[in-house]
Design a protein around this ligand. Structure first.
Ligand code: ADP
Ligand code: MG
Length: 702
């Protein structure tokens, strides 16, 4: 029974009657390839279905109708289809007791039409009406059928997100076919839950959302949506937990550090660790000391000093005689971490190396991989290149992942396989609100670094309209005189990187004309890694003091002398993003400031958002506000990262579901870790709706 169900929902869309190659391509673009993708494509709006007027009423109200309104008319077919002139449409005259309407068909087959519109019959016609030469016309009616079908044209209708070339009608029609084809699967939710919440079954819920009886039916709190949202969250939480229960993923190696590196390193460190850093370190040490694999998220606001904690964790692994890998999302960041860590490694006599996509010659890469394989390289820093199959470690004891939200769960699993018992430490600078934490990292233990190093001065934030450019350039003088460094971030025009670059180039030219050629450098996303690196080096080490950048100033770049951050079009950024950018300054003990420039006029909401930036430097508060305003997907940078969490569930609306689902998932995995029970079988179906069969085999194997 469940087998048949799964086959149905994983069928390609072409298996549905009425889906030809053309609509298949469009649907694929819109939703995906399988029936299940289509079923989870929901209306985002509900409109009163069709306007059912008399012809006279329609003509009278025509001017006031919203454009493109679909109307339904009940009409008598008066005349025979006939061609008026070559190339013109075939017109058929129809009427009711109040007036007449022309049905127009372009390029239609006359004999086909003759069967469809039969003179003397009364039919229902639906379509978009237009007025031509003073009388009413419907071109290519969507539907012509017997009057007994009227009930199908009343009530409400869901409006789907669409793509060019695909009408709402087609999507609705294909969906209705799909829904008919799908059988009700075994219920995977507990009967108590269903009863207590009074939720519909899975299929009933789908039916309701696709055939809403009122606008309320699709709101986030409607029982149907709650049910499906709960399904989705439960599936995701289960998947995270199951991955963790996998024997080969769960087993960790007991790490017995000798303390030799740690002591030397701490003695030479020019600052004291904060209490929060110390605590995080001891949590890591405790985790690594057990035979359960560590999976710990190190969460700390920008500038809170996560890198030192990561390095101290690495030292534990090295002291125990194993290797460590440090995975970072971008080349610049990899370079930077490599530099920092190298300077720490040198006095300790530790071998560290760097593997990125672009920077190594083939031969050098081969040698590097060989050294990694035979254990000569003790720490390997790198980008995605680390995930390649031929990167093998002799004995990997710890994996550190920086800025995790850019990597998906799949990549994490891949790294976990490289060191069968390696512990894992994931660092993120995005201060993730609790809700989101549970969702994205529900399976991890968490260390927070809330406190910043003591030497930090508060950052002054100001909000200015961009027309006050003179004030802005004036603000640059002081830090320039003091040999400090300045970031200037140009507008984010999300749709067009090219426009971004143009804006940045223009700004660079402008600033050079004021402060001199030497003082200003430019970095943007289209540059090669090598070029970017050269610019960054120049900014850090030469007399260049202003770095103009598109948003490529990577999270994590650490330049202590940077004291001024200018962000153009700040109103277009998300608050968390602004916070990340602002976190590039105030990293040493110099006083710093941030200028948020906006293009007038500023909407009240935008003004309110920006003033939050002025009020607080607390990343948690900022991200919470951001979540309220923008929704969860944006916060994690879905667009840049491809890391989307949910299709249907909304973390803000469904927070309570999340907590419930997490508890239930834990309970399930504890009782039935292989999903072997009857309910387990049903839960497998749930998982398969959301996750590719392949990854599940992997999760549930053994
Ligand atoms: P992030 O958490 O954003 O990755 P980093 O690890 O880059 O922060 O640290 C930011 C800066 O603060 C670095 O230059 C680092 O050397 C410095 N730092 C880290 N811990 C301390 C501390 N306890 N006291 C003073 N400075 C510190
Ligand atoms: Mg960092």
């Amino acid at each position: 029974m469940s087998e048949i169900f799964l086959q149905d929902i994983h069928q390609p869309l072409t298996s549905l009657p009425g889906v030809g190659p053309r609509s298949r391509a469009l649907l694929k673009h819109l939703v995906g390839e399988q029936v299940s993708d289509l079923l989870y494509h929901f209306p985002t709006k509900v409109v009163e279905r069709k306007y059912f007027p008399s012809i006279r009423e329609l003509i009278r109200c025509f001017a006031t109708l919203p454009e493109g309104t679909t109307v339904t008319l009940c009409v008598h077919i008066d005349g025979f289809p006939e061609t008026k002139h070559r190339g013109g449409p075939i017109r058929v005259r129809a009427s009711d007791s109040t007036g007449y309407v022309d049905l127009a068909f372009f390029n239609s087959n006359p004999s086909y039409l003759a069967k469809k519109v039969i003179p003397g019959t009364t039919v229902l016609v639906t379509g978009r009406a237009a007025v031509y030469g003073g009388h009413l016309q419907i071109s290519h009616p969507d539907y012509i059928g017997p009057t007994s079908t009227l009930k199908d044209f009343q009530g409400f209708e869901g409006v789907y997100p669409l793509t060019t070339g695909l009408s709402n009608q087609v999507v609705a029609r294909v969906l209705s076919t799909a829904l008919k084809q799908i059988s009700e699967p075994l219920e995977w939710l507990s009967p108590e839950m269903i009863r207590k919440k009074n939720w519909p079954s899975w299929k009933e819920a789908l039916n309701l959302l696709h055939n809403p009886q009122s606008p309320q039916d699709i709101t986030p709190q409607s029982p149907a949506r709650l049910r499906l949202a709960y399904d989705e969250i439960l599936a995701q939480q289960l998947r995270l937990l199951l991955a963790r229960e996998e024997p080969h993923l769960r087993q960790g190696r007991i790490c017995r550090p000798t303390g030799k590196f740690t002591q030397l390193f701490l003695a030479a460190l020019p600052f004291e660790l904060t209490e929060a850093q110390n605590l995080a370190c001891s949590e890591v040490r405790r985790d690594m000391g057990t035979d359960k694999r560590m999976l710990r998220l190190l969460q700390g606001d920008v500038g809170s000093g996560k890198t030192v904690v990561a390095f101290l964790s690495i030292l534990l692994a090295l002291e125990a005689g194993t290797q460590a890998a440090f995975l970072v999302p971008t080349e610049i960041l990899a370079q930077q971490h490599f530099k920092t860590l190298s300077s720490w490694c040198a006095p300790l006599g530790i071998e560290i190396d760097l593997l990125t996509g672009g920077n190594n010659q083939a031969k050098a890469r081969r040698i590097l991989k060989e050294k990694t394989r035979n254990g000569e390289v003790q720490i390997l820093v790198g980008t995605h290149a680390l995930l390649e199959d031929d990167v093998e470690f002799k004995d990997l004891g710890l994996v550190v992942i920086d800025e995790q939200h850019r990597f998906g769960v799949a990549q994490r699993l891949k790294l976990m396989e490289k060191g069968p018992e390696a512990h894992i430490l994931i660092m993120t600078a995005t201060p993730i609100p609790r809700t989101l934490q549970l969702a994205a990292f529900g399976d991890m233990d968490i260390s927070h670094i809330r406190e910043k190093p003591k030497n930090r001065k508060p950052i002054t934030t100001r909000i200015l309209p961009i027309d006050r450019m003179e004030d802005v350039t004036e603000a640059l003088r002081r830090p320039l005189d003091r040999s400090e460094k300045i970031y200037w971030v140009c507008s984010l025009v999300e749709e067009s990187e090219v426009l971004d670059i143009t804006a940045a180039e223009e700004r660079c030219t402008f600033l050079r004309s004021i402060f001199g050629e030497e003082k200003v450098v430019l970095v943007h996303g289209r540059m090669k890694a090598q070029e970017k690196q050269e610019v960054m080096d120049k900014f850090i080490h030469s007399s260049a003091q202003i770095l103009v950048a598109t948003t490529v100033i990577e999270v994590g770049v650490d330049v202590k002398e940077a004291t001024l951050m200018i962000i153009e079009n700040a109103e277009r950024f998300g608050l968390s993003q602004l916070h990340q950018l602002r976190g590039r300054i105030g990293r040493g003990d110099l006083a710093s400031s941030c200028l948020l420039l906006y293009a007038s006029p500023l909407t009240p909401v935008a003004r309110q958002r920006l003033s939050i930036m002025r009020e607080t430097e607390d990343g948690f508060r900022i991200s919470e506000e951001d979540l309220k305003i923008r929704g969860a997907g944006d916060l994690l940078g879905v667009h840049q990262s491809g890391y989307d969490i949910y299709k249907l569930a909304d973390l803000f609306e469904h927070e309570s579901l999340l907590t419930m689902a997490q508890e239930e998932a834990r309970f399930i995995v504890q009782k039935d870790p292989t999903l072997a029970s009857e309910r387990g079988q049903a839960l497998r179906i749930l998982l398969q709706i959301f996750y590719a069969t392949k990854s599940l085999k992997y999760l549930l194997a053994g």
